[in-house]
Design a binder for this molecule. Structure first.
Ligand SMILES: Cc1cc2nc3c(=O)[nH]c(=O)nc-3n(C[C@H](O)[C@H](O)[C@H](O)COP(=O)(O)O)c2cc1C
Ligand SMILES: [Mn+2]
Length: 476
């Protein structure tokens, strides 16, 4: 889909595919969120909402866009339709990455309308309250937060949750260690405001690149250009000079003043990807003063609220492809797949690796690397390794492997104090430290024991081919 570079082109494609449901008059307070959750749970259509009470007709919200491989594949340049094949193709695509430089343009559709200084009114844009206990309307979920590091000059785009504080302020929850956060900290140390722009509806590739854990030297715009097979066209923001996608739907522009922690206002709670609300925080979340809003005629806000697993805004744990790559780079042979059942950007707290065992100790080696490699460490908890006859995308098969092949005495290890995510629900309050979080890992070897594999009981199930043949013969 070389020429789908904005949300409207993508919507046309979704319509052609018969994958878009349109709604009128849905309540922004919880109804949009509930419909989004239901559609995600059943891996249903993308949802486009229009005609909200007290908002201009034509100001729209789109959700559940990337829930299936069928819809997300075209946005990532991937043809495969299902789980492990899709992930494998994605991994190859990541490995072959070549930056596609942006195309600088003058103006663009995003400049069709502007609110400047005193005219800025965030409440004009329909913003759902996504989950019942959310602390406010989160305008930024499917967004891209654009910053330029004052020291290095590097442009970054990250998806960070953005809550409306009042008509011209939003809080931008860039967590510690995230690229936008580090640029903010450096500007604050220098006593300077950090220029910032937030795109709230844009081509699918820009969003996918923004929410992906890419290395600091990768420019997400250039990565998005690679995904969409065409450069991202960017215009210069009048207030900041930052590159903003010229065909974005809505872009906020302004600055993050060098605010001290103690002055940062209440943010959250917010329903997050592990399936729980994070508690409200005070003194943690930088605030943006919005100086300008650019928006297209009849703008479309992209919503990608985190949901309780197995629902998600993504079709699958894309971060598992990164871990797969890291396992191979670390020298683990014959990795057949990597998966996660509770995922955000990382494969998450239940990660499964399948291998074709080649030597004694191979399975344990895979576990140790998976628990420690960058993509597996952050936010991990349980790591399972299984033989390659197990379909690791099927939780029933994974549980069967653990239940029957793990010899608990040798098969389970616990590693303490590993790098943890801020979204770890089970972290005891007294262990939540401003210096960062750690948590423990359980390594589960659910492979047949290599040393006596040949004597391991045979599986009580017919070969698929034989079953297909007999079933075909009797038309079952
Ligand atoms: C819907 C959604 C919400 C997210 N919210 C946050 C958030 O509030 N804070 C955060 O640090 N990361 C959040 N992330 C994850 C980041 O987008 C991800 O870690 C990304 O790689 C950050 O970009 P960076 O590496 O350039 O900092 C969110 C991702 C998605 C898709
Ligand atoms: Mn980045």
């Amino acid at each position: 889909m070389a020429d789908v570079t904005d949300m409207r082109g993508y919507i046309d494609l979704l319509k052609e595919m018969g994958e878009l449901r349109e709604f009128d008059g849905v309540d922004l307070n919880l109804e949009v969120g509930a419909l989004t959750e239901r559609a995600a749970e059943k891996e249903g259509d993308a949802l486009l909402f229009n005609n909200f009470k007290n908002h201009p007709a034509g100001f729209r919200v789109i959700t559940n866009v990337f829930r299936t491989c069928k819809r997300t594949g075209p946005a990532m340049g991937i043809a495969a339709q299902n789980g492990i094949d899709f992930l494998h193709e994605w991994r190859k695509k990541l490995a072959a990455y070549k930056p596609v430089p942006v195309q600088q343009v003058e103006g663009g559709p995003v400049m069709e309308n502007q609110m400047v200084d005193d005219e800025v009114d965030l409440y004009k844009f329909p913003t759902p309250k996504w989950h019942d206990l959310d602390g406010g309307p989160f305008i930024g979920t499917g967004c891209g937060v654009i910053t330029k590091d004052l020291d290095t000059g590097k442009i970054n785009i990250g998806t960070y949750r953005v809550m409306v504080q009042d008509k011209n302020h939003v809080s931008v929850k860039m967590n510690m260690g995230k690229h936008g956060r580090m640029s903010f900290e450096r500007a604050r140390d220098a006593g300077k405001p950090l220029p910032i722009a937030i795109t709230l509806g844009q081509g699918p590739a820009v969003f996918l690149a923004a929410q992906m854990p890419l290395p600091p030297d990768v420019n997400e715009f250039e990565f998005a250009g690679y995904l969409q097979g065409a450069p991202v066209a960017v215009a210069r923001g009048a207030f900041t000079g930052l590159p903003i996608p010229a065909n974005a739907e809505i872009v906020l522009e302004g600055e993050l003043p060098p605010m001290k922690d103690e002055d940062m206002p209440k943010e959250g709670p917010f329903g997050e990807w592990p399936g729980y609300f994070t508690e409200e925080n005070v003194g943690e979340t930088p605030v943006m003063t919005v100086k300008r809003i650019y928006y297209r005629n009849n703008p479309i806000l992209l919503g990608a609220p985190p949901l309780k697993p197995p629902a998600s805004y993504l079709p699958m744990p894309l971060g598992a492809a990164t871990l797969w790559e890291q396992l191979e780079k670390a020298g683990i042979p014959e990795v057949k797949g990597v998966w996660g059942f509770v995922y955000g950007g990382q494969p998450g707290p239940f990660t499964v690796v399948s291998i074709k065992q080649r030597y004694a100790g191979h399975a344990k080696q895979a576990l140790l690397v998976a628990a420690g490699a960058r993509a597996g460490a952050y936010g991990g908890k349980f790591v399972v390794v299984v033989d390659d006859d197990i379909d690791i995308t099927n939780p029933g098969e994974v549980i069967w492997a653990i239940a029957t092949r793990c010899y608990v005495n040798r098969g389970i290890d616990i590693v303490k104090d590993v790098w943890a995510s801020v979204c770890e629900p089970a972290m005891p309050p007294e262990e939540r430290s401003p210096r960062g979080y750690t948590s423990d890992r359980v390594l589960i070897d659910a492979c047949r024991p290599y040393k006596w594999m040949d004597q391991f009981p045979a599986v009580n199930a017919f070969e698929k081919d034989f079953k297909d043949q007999i079933a075909g013969k009797y038309k079952l």
